[in-house]
Design a protein around this ligand. Sequence first.
Ligand SMILES: [Zn+2]
Length: 262
Amino acid sequence: MKKKITLSVLVLSILSLVVFFTLQKKVPVINPPIDEEDKEYDLNPEVPFVIVIDAGHGPFESLDKEPNAPGSTDMKYKSVVGATGNITRVLERDINLTIALQLQTLLTEAGYTVVMTRIDNSVNLSNIQRATIANEHHADLMIRIHNDSSSNHENHGASVLVPANVGYAGPIVAISAKYGKIILDTLISEVGMASRGVKTRSDQTGFNWSKVPVMTVEMGFLSNPEEEQNLVNTSYQTKLANALFKGIDSCFDGYKWYPLIY
Ligand SMILES: [Zn+2]
């Protein structure tokens, strides 16, 4: 009898060890645990990534104001007018839109789910509204497309702006900076313009209300004569769109992406 019990204990111990090690192997190593409330957020990399493209500015300037960040009493204009080319009088909003539409085509053809904040000059969106569109679509990335401008006409080159730890943006600061660097580096190497670096900004309403990775790409200065001539050139615009596509694709290539909890 004693022998039987000893044998049973031995068999049970071995079985427990087998079960233990089998379970150990099944513990997911890629995806961290998901909060109950985030269950609707799709973490399956088989599902196309969602890119929200925001062509900066719109049909008119709005003198209405909105909070710079959730709960903030600092009020900023809902939408400001973009830059204008000194030589050609081209409007920034139109260049932004042209490149945004080309980028939409490239990303869609590559299998991304693309959401546009605007596809023409008929809507006047505030910065909170733009951020909300990306939040509601659980975007994997929101890219805000702009041109720069300065009273110093010598200023030139591209920069990427990324959020600081303000408002909703805390959890997406690091990933936005990572993607921002990849996209700026690609833009510089593909188009050949000067780099002004990745800049962290705490004053951008569109960042402070964002719950998803976000950046603003400043594709050169409309106030710089040479860059203005480039920016109105259709083949240069296509080059910019291709470079942005390549940069975005590099962010998600090989699922370097990791699930975000927000
Ligand atoms: Zn702008």
